[in-house]
Design a protein around this ligand. Sequence first.
Ligand SMILES: Cc1cc2nc3c(=O)[nH]c(=O)nc-3n(C[C@H](O)[C@H](O)[C@H](O)COP(=O)(O)OP(=O)(O)OC[C@H]3O[C@@H](n4cnc5c(N)ncnc54)[C@H](O)[C@@H]3O)c2cc1C
Length: 358
Amino acid sequence: MKSWDAIVIGAGIIGLSLAIELRKRGLRVLVIDKGEPGREASWAAGGMLCDSPYETRPELQELAAASARMYPEFVHELEDESRLKIDLRSQGTLVFRDASNASSNSPSAANSLPAPLADLEPELHPNASTARCSTFFLPERCVDPRDLTSAAIAAARHRGVDFSSGDHVLNVEITKGPASGVCTNKTHFAASIVINCAGAWAREIGPYAFPTRPVKGQMLCVVMPEKELVRHVVRTPDVYLIPRSDGRMLIGATSEEAGFDKRTVVETIQKLRQSALDLVPRLADARILEAWAGLRPGTPDALPILGATATPGYFVATGHYRDGILLAPITARIMARVITGESPQFDLSKFAASRFAA
Ligand SMILES: Cc1cc2nc3c(=O)[nH]c(=O)nc-3n(C[C@H](O)[C@H](O)[C@H](O)COP(=O)(O)OP(=O)(O)OC[C@H]3O[C@@H](n4cnc5c(N)ncnc54)[C@H](O)[C@@H]3O)c2cc1C
């Protein structure tokens, strides 16, 4: 009978990246997902890798910057092991920020536009909603999260990670003291290490109710009338545009407290599309390919929950909210270190599950 050293609950980008990292360290790993691997928040995301100090929470800045630096190598390794292509773009981001929001954390001269806006994005038309905004440039990357998760699944399989799909974990078994496995709706799996990477659903897995909640995001994808109609990621107070190298463009996204409801609302999608059209009128010719909603794993303080729990052998890596695609490489690295008894090399106290204990 097959046995495993570690069970990862959840095959989103966080669980997949961690499973690969643990496997690299020689552990036998089983990933369990209640559905098809990689089809929840990690599939729904935009894929902006926002690590700038102007837009990232100060508490997350160190991890965000470290993870952004890891990205090219992270993608290269996944491509190599999966034989799949991942669309990682480095054109940078044009940010329109409401000038009345200016703070001490405002962008510096280094972030001024490298060329006139009309040269950088000739089809972009500042409008009523951006008129009061200051504009700056961030040298951020963006990635296609669906490419990324597909490659991570293939790379994990290639490395010998096992998967059990359609198995809903009900609780982690801790009755004899340390973690000894998990109980699903169908069966039981044994391992002395268990990691809860269940995203927005992490709180539903007993015995600890980590305070995660779903934060719904609706978005749509169009095919640009010309492949390079827009080249940069563009963020305004109303909408963001994320072009892909194959000529698609993502337009997002809402942020809603709507429980686990993943339905899209026609009026909301139309509103997002209209905001995009106001910015780039030629998108009127763009064909709508798809609209969807996903559930970001939110927490009360909008910071992730990372590290050990009160039970030896039971760990948690969830609550990545808006930044889980960005934070996947660093989360995998530091969690693998914590699990194998090494120093994580970062102060994780502000992310500890125990901060919610009171
Ligand atoms: C619209 C939208 C736009 C976004 N844009 C960005 C962006 O631009 N940049 C960025 O960095 N991040 C972005 N995010 C956030 C990012 O998608 C998430 O932070 C990230 O995907 C979280 O990954 P995860 O693996 O924790 O969760 P998920 O991808 O949701 O994976 C959790 C997995 O756990 C499984 N699971 C849950 N409960 C159980 C159970 N009981 N038993 C077994 N399996 C279970 C689920 O089926 C799921 O597959 C966006 C999110 C949304 C919704």
